[in-house]
Design a protein around this ligand. Structure first.
Ligand SMILES: [Zn+2]
Length: 301
């Protein structure tokens, strides 16, 4: 048995994994109080969730072989730097190893999801794959010859921060014109909300998908077309760099398969001269959806 932990910007999920099977999961959202001392809140919430999930599964910590954590942001030697969570090289790996006396691995969430899709999901029969997580931001990972590419110094694969527009919108990373400022679901949502005057309204992912159906397109045509155009330019760049057999989309964009916006994006990509070699790989969405982080966190690579 292994324990997978999905540390997100707004909540923590913990699951018990037996081989490829996710047996039980529990989760908890951060409170405003938690955010005042986020490091201690993370440790406290993880402890509570591990106890709960072990109890639910009739297991003890001694039945567990290892712990894996899927984390947002940059992870170096188990230390997390995340502007989203306000963590500055927080050494979660050492804290958990000390507490549970088990081996602990902390890895970037895009890579965890990619590993899960590669091992058990939609990419499992392919050697050369690119996984692109599109949600609040844009992240991902690449496999060549079945092997996850991992640079030594930093996380790498900051797909979301490749410059797509000269002198473009300022990004949270400090650069201007980053891909994720134009092609993340958050950027699309922000533009639609502003255009339709929906500020202050809580827009769910499902509501956004309904609003951008063709029947509503007139008023928000430009916003939708821009999203599709920037997305296809960025993904075209990734195809030219990696020449994958398959591109798999995770994050909230994984719920768009079959949606007119998704179909139009593929049409755009298929246009002549969208890619250097004039061919596009299989374009699929993630199979494991929200469980990918917990499952991928305990995969050895
Ligand atoms: Zn950026």
């Amino acid at each position: 048995m292994n324990i997978g932990i999905d540390l997100g910007g707004s909540h923590i999920g913990v699951g018990i994994i037996d081989g490829c099977n996710l047996l039980n999961t529990v989760d908890k959202f951060f409170t405003e109080e938690d955010r005042k001392d986020i490091e201690n809140a993370i440790i406290r919430n993880i402890d509570e969730l591990i106890n709960n999930v072990l109890n639910q599964s009739n297991l003890n910590i001694t039945d567990v072989q290892k712990i894996g954590v899927s984390s947002p942001g940059t992870v170096i030697d188990g230390k997390i730097r995340s502007s989203n969570l306000g963590l500055n090289y927080f050494d979660l790996k050492s804290v958990l190893e000390e507490k549970y006396k088990l081996p602990v691995k902390v890895r970037n969430d895009g890579k965890c999801a990619a590993l899960a899709e590669k091992k058990y999901g939609i990419m499992k029969d392919y050697d050369d794959c690119v996984f692109v997580n599109i949600g609040t931001g844009v992240g991902g990972a690449a496999f060549i010859g079945g092997k996850l590419l991992e640079p030594k110094r930093f996380s790498g694969f900051e797909f979301g921060h490749m410059t797509i527009e000269k002198d473009g919108i300022l990004c949270t990373c400090g650069k201007k014109g980053c891909f994720e400022r134009y092609a993340s679901i958050k950027s699309l949502k922000t533009r639609i909300v502003n255009k339709l005057g929906l500020n202050g309204v809580d827009i769910s992912g499902q509501y956004l998908r309904e609003v951008i159906m063709p029947k509503y397109h007139d008023e928000i045509q430009e916003e939708i077309n821009d999203f599709i155009e920037y997305l296809s330019i960025g993904i075209g760049n990734l195809i030219d760099i990696f020449e994958p057999e398959i591109i798999c989309f995770g994050g909230s964009f994984s719920y768009y398969e079959g949606h007119p916006v998704f179909n139009k994006f593929i049409e755009e990509l298929k246009k002549p001269n969208s890619t250097f070699n004039g061919t596009i790989p299989e374009i699929k969405t993630a199979y494991l959806k929200n469980d990918a982080g917990i499952i991928g966190a305990v995969i050895d690579e």
